[in-house]
Design a protein around this ligand. Structure first.
Ligand code: SF4
Length: 185
């Protein structure tokens, strides 16, 4: 590794805590948040052109692996982040919802591009006008298509949420109500 590359490398920032020689104290929540946010396993649910931008985001030039997310999961049971990229037809809706339901908690959703977020240019009877009609979404990425930088920005926003999420959130009444709104147990 060249000296320039080495000097540009940064370690993940430690969470807030008390530090001293040979010890570091922080809360369980912050330690778990730090680990989770830097090892998110995405499930790419790509149905059309936004998926091509995602391929560019994964490739060497942009390299999502720099953020700890190079390990894609094509099994919902081993994924933390559902990335929805592309037009979702109403026929495809139940499939997407099933994939979401098969993911274990805690799970997050990133809606990439205008189509996934709002139906985009396809204001028509056969296209779902936004995936938040069937599953809860954490972060929306605008654009048609969004550039890889925007997708990375979306992932960084997800990392922020993951790093700061309370360990109790998924058991809260508020969260259960949110899922119930979507008919998800
Ligand atoms: S937002 Fe644009 S680029 Fe993305 S899937 Fe829709 S039409 Fe294609």
């Amino acid at each position: 590794m060249s000296e320039t590359v080495r000097t540009k490398l940064e370690m993940a920032k430690t969470p807030e805590g008390v530090e001293g020689p040979g010890f570091f104290l922080t809360s369980m929540e912050k330690a778990v948040g730090l680990a989770r946010k830097n090892s998110i396993w995405p499930l790419p649910f790509a149905t059309s052109c936004c998926g091509i931008e995602f391929m560019a985001t994964m490739a060497s030039h942009y390299d999502l692996g720099r953020f700890g997310s190079e390990r894609l999961s094509f099994s919902p049971r081993q994924a933390d982040l559902l990335m929805v990229m592309g037009t979702i037809s109403k026929k495809m809706g139940p499939v997407l919802k099933q994939v979401y339901e098969q993911m274990a908690e805690p799970r997050w959703v990133l809606s990439v591009g205008a189509c996934a977020s709002s139906g985009g240019i396809f204001d028509t009877y056969s296209v779902l006008q936004g995936i938040d009609r069937i599953i809860p979404v954490d972060v929306y990425v605008p654009g048609c298509p969004p550039r890889p930088e925007q997708i990375i920005e979306g992932l960084l926003k997800i990392q922020e949420l993951v790093g700061n999420e309370s360990l109790r959130r998924r058991n809260s009444e508020e969260y259960k109500k949110l899922l119930n709104k979507y008919g998800i147990e």
